[in-house]
Design a protein around this ligand. Structure first.
Ligand code: GUN
Length: 281
């Protein structure tokens, strides 16, 4: 029988827990927790994400500092802003919304975020620590997936996990987290030969490639747990994942829907990371 992993509900529960954590912090340390969100330009999807991040801050009691720069901002302008935020004692976390306009050197800008304020978990130091199995700030989406597996009691130890997608911000950290949780992990990508056979071996199948209905029922083992990180628009403009949900769901022990699965967890994990960053300072 299939059980739906309700990301919306879990995100709400976690936001309640984070809110209590923030309240305790404020009471004990006598100061607020601050998150700076930097948006350069007017990418409509980024505007929605940033708005939702600011809304989530309000919900859990974190003070947000929204910093908007125009699409033609110079490299120096963005760098100086990030440097100022890095030195600001009121700010515990810095997030630069991606993608940045093409004329900017994103790598150089992201390197200016101190490791301790890197609430996206994208820095070399946080990524390296994750590889070493050390305590660190972990990328929000894969960390949210781990919380989902934990809360729904999905065993990872000794299980075969297959991650489809190898991006630095989702696929790679996802594989590392599953490995740290004692799964046997395979990472598949665009050059993988026999992708279907690889997927069919998965007890836990995590898909993050950005192609609607890419994973079909014939690629999924009976009783597998399927995690869909895709965020695509179908022909009708409706949000959909990478998995052919209607046909795949009958085969799964657990599956995440899109919308209402991994998506709501990502911003919640950003709030979680901001609280962690504040607690560590
Ligand atoms: N753009 C899309 N997803 C993300 C994310 O997780 N972090 C940042 N900074 N930008 C993004």
């Amino acid at each position: 029988m299939t059980a739906l992993i309700d990301g919306k509900r879990l995100a709400q529960d976690m936001r309640g827990e984070i809110k209590r954590g923030v309240e305790k912090f404020v009471k004990e340390r006598g100061r607020e927790i601050g998150l700076a969100v930097v948006l350069v330009g007017e990418n409509p999807a980024s505007q929605v994400y940033v708005r939702n991040k600011i809304k989530a801050c309000e919900e859990v009691g974190i003070k947000s500092y929204a910093e908007y720069l125009s699409a033609d901002a110079a490299q120096d302008d963005v760098e100086n802003l990030v440097k100022r935020l890095a030195d600001d004692k009121n700010i515990d976390g810095i997030l630069v919304q991606l993608p940045l306009p093409k004329h900017l050197d994103a790598e150089k800008i992201l390197k200016l975020i101190p490791t301790a304020k890197d609430v996206d978990g994208f820095s070399e130091e946080n990524t390296g620590k994750l590889c070493m199995g050390e305590d660190c700030l972990v990328a929000c989406t894969p960390n949210g997936v781990m919380k989902m597996l934990e809360r729904y009691g999905v065993e990872t130890k000794g299980k075969k996990a297959v991650v489809v997608g190898r991006s630095n911000i989702v696929g790679k950290p996802m594989a590392m987290l599953l490995l740290n949780a004692d799964a046997t992990v395979t990472v598949c990508h665009s050059k993988t030969v026999n992708l279907k056979e690889e997927c069919l071996r998965a007890d836990i199948l995590v898909v993050a490639i950005g192609k609607a209905k890419f994973v079909t029922a014939d690629m999924v083992k009976d009783g597998a747990t399927v995690i869909d990180i895709g965020m695509n628009r179908n022909e009708g403009g409706k949000l959909c994942g990478d998995v052919d949900f209607e046909n795949v769901k009958h085969k799964c022990a657990y599956i995440t829907p899109v919308p209402g699965g991994v998506g709501p967890m990502t911003i919640t994990m950003l709030m979680y990371n901001t609280l962690q960053a504040a607690l560590r300072r």
